[in-house]
Ligand binder design. Structure first.
Ligand SMILES: NC(=O)c1ccc[n+]([C@@H]2O[C@H](COP(=O)([O-])OP(=O)(O)OC[C@H]3O[C@@H](n4cnc5c(N)ncnc54)[C@H](OP(=O)(O)O)[C@@H]3O)[C@@H](O)[C@H]2O)c1
Length: 312
């Protein structure tokens, strides 16, 4: 198939492009940069140069490419994962998802694209018993930043799913692997080494993880054989912060993470959001992706299973 990727040069976009090429698709990727356009061309990918905020250029690029499928992976996330850097990046990240995404969606509709997939988020299912599935409402009344993000995701998913295209929202778990904050050279790893990433309270918040290459495999499977609608894409075993964080620290040869009481976290700016991620977050079920996309994710790389001993 001919597939157009917006955001193909970012952390998730790059493995998506590799996977599309590996599966024999003909690929066009959007970038703002001449230099990146040249490296895309060297990889056998047709570059399209445009800024997503320039609606006419995006429309022309997709009309020219005539793809059957569009995949949208646009973000404007910071290189560091801190409350300050995330707050500073927030407005542009929101704008790129809402306004940039709307421009790409409109251009796809105008060009007669059949299927449209976009990035979404797996960690805002409303807290409750068991794992969240695709029907679980999002936490639109949670802590301030989480609620704002959940409302944004609700809106961009609605816009896609109510469009006349075969719309698929891919709600990804927490990315790790090359180019992410959780890679050994990434920002969170650095914070963990410096004991700046604590466990808050009981650390009961369940994180659903996803290796960036598994994200790419699931994305391409959804482009090829998914059904319109929502898919949660995450590994098999959501883990509480109190388990994955000390294991992550060990894998980095870092000291154990410090502990912070909930009452002390509440005094911090954005404390309610920190408490959500650390103590309330609900894991996500990947059952639908396994069933419909034959998704077979790897286990979280830095959690070493205890050796199995067989009774004789
Ligand atoms: N969970 C995680 O750990 C996680 C997940 C994702 C990202 N991150 C972190 O976030 C940081 C940035 O990630 P990233 O590399 O994916 O983001 P990025 O470098 O900001 O790239 C996002 C993608 O969106 C495109 N894009 C952004 N604004 C655009 C615009 N106005 N017009 C057209 N295209 C636009 C970029 O294309 P061009 O720049 O080529 O134009 C690129 O393909 C990294 O440090 C990464 O570690 C972390």
């Amino acid at each position: 198939m001919k597939i157009f990727v917006a955001g193909g040069t970012g952390a998730i976009g790059r493995p998506v492009l590799d996977q599309l090429l590996a599966k024999g698709h003909s690929v066009v990727a959007l970038t703002r940069s001449q230099e990146r356009a040249q490296s895309l061309a060297a990889q056998g990918i047709e570059p399209a140069i445009a800024d997503v905020f320039d609606a006419d250029s995006v429309k022309a690029a997709i009309a020219y490419a005539q793809p059957e499928v569009v995949i949208e992976q646009l973000t404007a996330l910071p290189k560091t994962y801190s409350r300050e850097s995330m707050a500073a990046a927030g407005p542009l990240n929101t704008r790129i998802r809402l306004e940039g995404g709307a421009n790409v969606l409109a251009a796809a509709q105008a060009a007669g694209v059949r299927r449209y997939l976009r990035q979404s988020v797996a960690f805002w299912g409303i807290p409750g018993a068991g794992l969240a599935d695709e029907q679980t409402p999002l936490s639109v009344d949670a802590s301030p930043a989480v609620a704002a993000d959940a409302r944004l995701v609700t809106e961009i998913e609605r816009r896609l799913l109510e469009s006349n295209l075969e719309g698929i929202a891919l709600r990804y778990g927490f990315f790790y692997g090359p180019g992410t904050w959780f890679n050994p050279d990434g920002d969170v790893a650095q914070q963990v080494r410096q004991q700046q990433f604590p466990i808050v309270g009981n650390g009961d918040g369940l994180w659903s993880w996803l290796h960036i290459e598994d994200a790419a495999i699931a994305t391409v499977a959804a482009a090829e054989q998914g059904n319109p609608g929502v898919y949660l894409i995450a590994d098999d075993q959501p883990l509480p912060v109190r388990e994955w964080l000390p294991a992550f620290a060990r894998s980095l040869n870092a000291p154990p993470p410090p502990q912070v009481a909930v009452e002390d976290a509440l005094k911090l700016e954005g404390g309610a959001d920190i408490i959500y991620y650390q103590t309330q977050m609900r894991g996500a079920s990947n059952a639908k992706a396994k069933r419909e996309l034959n998704f077979q994710p790897r286990s979280l790389e830095w959690v070493v299973e205890p050796a199995v001993t067989h009774a004789s």
